[in-house]
Design a protein around this ligand. Structure first.
Ligand SMILES: [Zn+2]
Ligand SMILES: [Zn+2]
Length: 188
């Protein structure tokens, strides 16, 4: 995605075919459509990162968590100068820092939450043959605040390790690219 979401939205509005609010337009953006510039991103925006963000979003909406993004959650739980120990929760400085949940009066209250899931579908070819395809679709559900908190807590360790690997790989690749010899090539 070369332009910003705002630019894309204004081009979309000019096409005049469908009327949609900006919020809804953003909600329909598939997770794999990402900004071209890596520095504009908080996370790698894979399905895992996006589903983690989608758990934080409803909690933030009902003020059940103090942070508003996965990156802010990592900052809240890990040391400022993070290393692998912080991400795998074995750093003596930050291992006791938990997810900054805010207690709610009614944890049973249900709220809207979305998740990217893979679904298998049967399609028919032009020749009438049936074949299976797997699509990733955004599923909208209702879930209790307590369950969303539990789901976030359950996926947090895996998300932190994933974030470490992603940022580590990006750093290593950057160093490799910057130190290429004249007769070397970096293929991604
Ligand atoms: Zn990711
Ligand atoms: Zn630490």
């Amino acid at each position: 995605m070369k332009g910003s979401m705002r630019d894309l939205y204004s081009s979309f509005c000019q096409s005049g075919e469908v009327k949609l609010s900006y919020t809804r337009f953003c909600a329909y953006k598939p997770f794999y459509v990402v900004p071209k510039d890596l520095h504009e991103r908080d996370t790698c925006l894979c399905e895992k990162c996006e589903n983690f963000r989608l758990l934080i979003e409803p909690l933030k909406r009902v003020k059940a968590i103090e942070v508003n993004s996965p990156a802010a959650l990592v900052r809240a739980m890990c040391c400022e100068d993070k290393n692998f120990d912080c991400y795998q929760r074995s750093c003596s400085e930050c291992e006791t820092k938990g997810i900054p949940f805010v207690p709610c009066e009614d944890e049973e209250k249900t709220v809207k939450v979305s998740k990217w899931v893979r679904v298998n579908e049967e399609k028919q070819s032009n020749q009438g043959k049936t074949f299976n395809v797997t699509r990733t679709v955004k599923k909208n559900m209702e879930e209790s605040i307590g369950n969303i908190k539990a789901e976030l807590a359950k996926s947090c360790d895996g998300f932190l390790l994933h974030t470490f690997r992603e940022s580590h790989q990006t750093k290593v690749l950057k160093v490799k690219r910057e130190n290429l010899d004249n007769d070397e090539l970096c293929c991604l």
